[in-house]
Ligand binder design. Structure first.
Ligand code: BG6
Length: 471
């Protein structure tokens, strides 16, 4: 649809950026923090461990000041469960509470709205030993943790997000280093979807509790949503795209918003003998948790073609398609360029995704991640010329403006990432930030912060409320 006049971004639009605790904080076992699954996992070969990351734990004041200098209206960060409750259940760590109190207060002192993700890929290691999300008790563990967060931070935090990229955990758990499968399990898919079900119930309980305890707060999910295209107009390809759209995207939002499973997903799981056990009580709980908005991460779209069920499996990460013979197969979209790390780039797909989410759920949306991972270079004069990142973000912001003009309700834009941090599986050299952190994969160097060219550019974007996108 061509528009003659673009609508402006809403006046209180939440321009900002995102991080996650285990990727940015470091201090992984400091001040009473317990180990999470990220601290005990096998680190991918050739990449850093997570002990220091960007050292945000010690430098958050400097980092928030830089965000304020860019004009951030919001900062989306996650809380580390094991910094708050070292074993995941039981005793609370006062130093963990103090750290997030300080971080929240620091944001507020700069008029930056804290947007808190409750869980971002970092299950407490102790709970992993107790069966992780396979254990039905995980619903109570998470609800109890949510209550501790609301009790301690609910007086100042208005925007909450439940579980980051639950769909990535379910579809690509090993890539992001999470989801523990019990030894001897002979139906892994069923186990994974049982875990997924427990997360969905836990999320619904956390949302209901949030509304009960904090009537003025807003809470939403944060899956990774990217529209799935059919490889062609062959009707079989259309069905394949519907299958993957349901399994990758709509399952998570249908349950979260409507409290019911998507029928295509149920049919897929039944076919695979992988239906989770859903108690009657669960159905009631799922219906009781309503999001106030939809947070979603968008990196790109996917494209699939039909499968006759005889094809081989392939390799994939969170932004590519793992073949599901009989249901859909990965297809390389020839219309899209790729990043240095092989991810497709599709700004128009961002507009299409926003439109689709809005027409399905009619809730305000918050973009919680979007961005370009690249090898940035620190020049001798302290500059970093990341024009490629500015171009990527500009193209996406333009499409978001078009989606708003299409009538979609966007609350804010928080790309990945506010500052350089450790990637899920490609180390710290895969950088996303507006702020450069002086360290390499294995050499911590000075850890000093430098403003990238995208830093100054985003500052202009925010100051003009998205009107000035000039590169
Ligand atoms: C999302 C995650 O999948 O993408 C982030 O929520 C992650 O944790 C981001 O860092 C980028 O992915 P990667 O693999 O490049 O770090």
């Amino acid at each position: 649809m061509l528009h003659k006049n673009l609508k402006e971004f809403p006046k209180n639009f939440l321009w900002g950026a995102s991080t996650s605790a285990y990727q940015v904080e470091g201090a992984s076992l400091e001040d009473g923090k317990g180990p999470s699954c990220q601290d005990v996992k096998k680190i991918p070969k050739g990449t850093t461990d997570l002990k220091v990351c960007a050292d945000h734990y010690h430098r958050y004041k400097e980092d928030v000041a830089l965000m304020a200098e860019m004009g951030f209206k919001a900062y989306r960060f996650s809380i580390s469960w094991t910094r708050i409750i070292p074993d995941g259940i039981g005793e609370i760590n006062p130093k963990g509470i103090a750290f997030y109190n300080n971080l929240i207060d620091e944001c507020l002192s700069h008029n930056i709205e804290p947007i808190v993700t409750m869980f971002h890929f970092d299950m407490p290691a102790k709970l992993d030993e107790m069966g992780s999300w396979s254990n039905r008790d995980s619903i109570e563990w998470f609800t109890n943790y949510a209550k501790v967060l609301y009790d301690n931070f609910g007086d100042r935090v208005k925007y909450w997000l439940t579980i980051n990229e639950q769909n990535t955990l379910t579809l690509d758990g090993p890539i992001v280093g999470t989801l523990k499968i019990p030894e001897g399990c002979n139906n892994i898919l069923k186990e994974v979807y049982q875990q997924n079900h427990h997360m969905l119930v836990a999320q619904a309980k956390a949302m209901a509790l949030c509304h009960e305890m904090l009537p003025n707060a807003k809470i939403g999910p944060a899956p990774n949503i990217g529209l799935v295209y059919p490889a062609s107009c062959d009707p079989e390809d259309i069905l394949a795209a519907q299958n993957y759209n349901a399994i990758r995207n709509w399952l998570y939002l249908d349950v979260s918003v409507y409290g019911r499973y998507n029928n295509l997903v149920l049919a897929f799981l039944e076919e695979k003998d992988a239906l989770p056990e859903i108690l009657v009580e669960d159905e009631r709980i799922l219906k009781s948790g309503h999001p106030d908005y939809i947070g979603f991460n968008y990196y790109n779209t996917s494209t699939v073609k039909a499968s006759d069920g005889t094809e081989a499996l392939n390799e994939a990460d969170q932004q590519s398609v793992l073949n599901e013979p009989g249901f859909y197969l990965a297809y390389a979209n020839p219309n899209l360029p790729r990043t240095e790390f092989g991810w497709f780039i599709d700004p128009i797909g961002f507009r299409a995704t926003i439109r689709e989410i809005y027409s399905r759920y009619h809730l305000p949306m918050l973009l919680t991640e979007n961005g370009l991972g690249a090898y940035d270079k620190l020049e001798a004069d302290g500059s970093i010329h990341d024009q490629y990142r500015m171009k990527y973000l500009k193209d996406h912001i333009e499409q978001m403006a078009l989606a708003i003009t299409d009538g979609c309700d966007m609350l804010g834009y928080c790309p990945w990432s506010a500052i350089d941090l450790v990637s899920t599986h490609a180390g710290i050299v895969k950088r996303y930030g507006f702020i450069y952190v002086d360290r390499d994969e294995f050499d911590l160097k000075t850890l000093n912060r430098y403003r990238k060219d995208s830093f100054y550019w985003y500052k202009k974007v925010i100051a003009s409320n998205g009107q000035n996108l000039e590169l």
